[in-house]
Design a protein around this ligand. Sequence first.
Ligand code: SF4
Ligand code: ZN
Length: 323
Amino acid sequence: MTVTCSSCDKNAILKRPKTGDALCKECFYFAFEEEVHHTIINANLFVKGETVAIGASGGKDSTVLAYVLKVLNERYKYGIKLILLSIDEGITGYRDDSLETVKRNEQQYEMPLKIVSYEELYGWTMDAIVKQIGLKNNCTFCGVFRRQALDRGAMMLNVDRIVTGHNADDIAETVIMNILRGDKARLRRCTAITTGTEGALPRSKPFKYTYEKEIVMYAYFKKLDYFSTECIYSPNAYRGFARTYIKDLEKIRPRSIIDIIHSGESLSFKKEVKMPTQGTCTRCHYISSNDICKACVLLEGLNRGLPRLGIGKTHKERRKVNK
Ligand code: SF4
Ligand code: ZN
């Protein structure tokens, strides 16, 4: 039995994961792109004349983000300049291959590309870090370094803003993880569409309400060129647990993802709850809520042969750095 598209009278070829609507390809593209456009407009994400760096890993999220932003920038005349910014963590057999994808995207989307590496910024590749610390806390190092590396790369490029491909599933996962960890400061920040406004560079997530399944579907039907292999150092067990939980909820009730994000957005904290204040690191001068930022603590641990320095009980470890 053929099903008719719920937006036009063509045959439907897919069921939209987010809404369950039966749609033809063209109507799915349009619905997907329009939702991202509305997210951008409602949050006033861009200002005409701005240069925007897209954190590009070669994976599906950032590849679809680059493609859709190019489409919307032309369709709705945002008047922004888009640049691809990639971080090379130095993971042989993974990032070197995914960067090849970004280099092809540079040609396909006619966007300039800048690659900054952990090796040039920190003197360490992830391969070397894993050799020293093993496969347990590697994602802590990688995540902290990547966050700062994106800022540093964006500053080298003199852009006005960074956008990343974090999608609704990622944000819902982060809400759950921050609840489980009792991390109030992150819980409050993680649903914000734009963060970093108090620092040098705002960072936004235009896919905040976009479902991962729809991003995969969009990339698949549009035949976009992206890299889908998992990182070889990937056992981020805690996030994996939150991810499975979200996917299970989604199976029962697709709206759960959006509902978790909305719950995160509507949480408020009593005035008495103490929140860390953002300042700058006395060593590297990038944004930090401590005197010395996490990246500098981790780096010092690596350089002193004490790689556990920044892992675990932060206060105790920071005292060691200050000695
Ligand atoms: Fe880095 Fe971990 Fe992601 Fe691999 S899985 S890129 S080590 S954060
Ligand atoms: Zn620092």
